[in-house]
Design a protein around this ligand. Structure first.
Ligand SMILES: Nc1nc2c(ncn2[C@@H]2O[C@H](COP(=O)(O)OP(=O)(O)OP(=O)(O)O)[C@@H](O)[C@H]2O)c(=O)[nH]1
Ligand SMILES: [Mg+2]
Length: 396
């Protein structure tokens, strides 16, 4: 993305079955995504349409009007909240002369900008390849830039699009091989971690405050007011306090620690290509001993966010019940932005949750307490019974 933000227009379709306030919420979130990607949002529009146009998805009259508006505002991008096929994107671009992105494309661009490590980069590129494969329309310049190591020229009779498809499939296989190698490395690292320390994963909707809670618990982490600020899993050690010795009343028993992993956030319509590609990173969530589900309690659509989190956890293999189920604690964060009646109402709706403010450290002790209870720890000192003593047998 260039230094000066690019202007863009945002649109979403409202069908007869869609509630307007929902669509507006989705558009607001899309605006946040666009902002996180470096765009400047000029206009948000809900396009009412009962039918989906096969060729252009939205009505062509609506699109022409938007193109005129974009020209007046100097915007060159049109970002759509709906899932569009490759041919629909092409048709919209042709009609409006604007660059058209859908929600998935936008999320992929954000991930591409954020990816730092070799693993994150490979995961994002794999998701991009899977996304582009059915959308190919010309030369696959992206792969040429990467020097993907695959033959550019096809055999006789192979069309450009066939060459492109072949190249992209080859790249997908390369990336999958690389990722399974990196997954093995990650597993080895996991085995090398201090034994006996429980591993707790922070999960939740993006921008809920997971990294802020990591910071409150471990002193490390860089929270940012951006969607998908965190892509890579970071694991840090948290000190959970010390047990009080019942004899002396002092903190004489071994201090307790656990490992806390910060992970990539979820969002509605998180591209399934990304969920699949981030399988290994999200493995940290699957294999954790417990989950801290962090939510932004001040979001008007909190319940929808929680549903998205619940569904995404299921998608990555974390079931909430059954013998494999991990203990979960819901952390309703950012309650400093709520009034007392709202907090009381929240308590009624989620009685088992901890209400917290990670930035001010509120509720963090309760979270620590919950994590401490996960740890069996050293056996509590107690007076042994006679039959347990070493000399018991000699006294027979
Ligand atoms: N008012 C308030 N702001 C908070 C609180 N917790 C986090 N924030 C702010 O919310 C923004 C997002 O926080 P992060 O901790 O980066 O959120 P995250 O869940 O890690 O987000 P991603 O990594 O982008 O998915 C930051 O600007 C934080 O300062 C809170 O309890 N109260
Ligand atoms: Mg984060």
């Amino acid at each position: 993305m260039e230094e000066t933000p690019q202007r863009c227009l945002l649109i979403a379709r409202q069908g007869p079955e869609d509630r307007e306030d929902r669509i507006q919420d989705h558009l607001l979130e899309l605006a946040e995504l666009a902002r996180s990607c470096g765009f400047e949002v000029e206009t948000r529009r809900v396009l009412r349409r009962s039918q989906i146009a096969t060729r252009t998805f939205y009505g062509s009259g609506q699109l022409v009007a938007l193109a005129e508006e974009a020209a007046r505002q100097g915007a060159r991008h049109l970002i759509c909240d709906d899932d569009l096929s490759g041919s629909q994107v092409n048709a919209i671009e042709k009609l409006t002369n604007l660059i058209c992105l859908d929600r998935t494309g936008l999320i992929l661009s954000i991930f591409e900008q954020r990816a730092q490590t070799r693993e994150a980069k490979a995961q994002v590129e794999l998701a991009r390849c899977e996304y582009e494969l059915p959308r190919l329309k010309g030369a696959w310049t992206h792969l040429e830039r990467q020097g993907g190591g695959v033959g550019l020229r096809g055999g006789p009779g192979e069309t450009q699009i066939e060459v492109d498809r072949r190249m992209i499939r080859t790249r997908i296989s390369q990336l999958k091989r690389e990722l399974s190698h990196l997954e093995r490395v990650r597993q080895t690292q996991r085995q090398g971690r201090p034994a006996g320390l429980p591993r707790v994963a922070l999960v939740g909707y993006t921008n809920a405050g997971k990294t802020s809670l990591l910071k409150a618990l471990t002193g490390e982490g860089e929270p940012r007011d951006l969607l998908f600020a965190t892509l890579d899993t970071t694991t840090r050690k948290a000190w959970l306090g010390q047990d009080i010795d019942p004899e002396t009343g002092e903190g004489a028993l071994e201090p307790k620690h656990c490992l806390v992993a910060d992970t990539v956030g979820f969002i509605r319509k998180l591209p399934h290509q990304l969920v699949a590609a981030f399988r290994s990173t999200l493995g940290e969530v699957r294999t954790a001993d417990a989950l801290l589900v962090v939510a932004d309690a001040a979001q008007p659509d909190l319940e929808d966010h929680l549903k998205v989190v619940g569904a995404t956890l299921r998608e990555i293999g974390c079931e909430p019940e059954g013998i494999e189920a991990q203990p979960r604690l819901l952390v309703l964060n950012q309650v400093d932005r709520l009034h007392r009646p709202q907090k009381l109402e929240l308590k009624k709706r989620h009685p088992g949750a901890v209400q917290a403010c990670a930035t001010q450290g509120l509720g963090v002790d309760e979270v620590r307490q919950w994590m401490r209870e996960l740890i069996p720890g050293p056996p509590k000192p107690r007076v042994l019974e006679d039959w347990e003593l070493p000399e018991a047998i000699s006294r027979l």
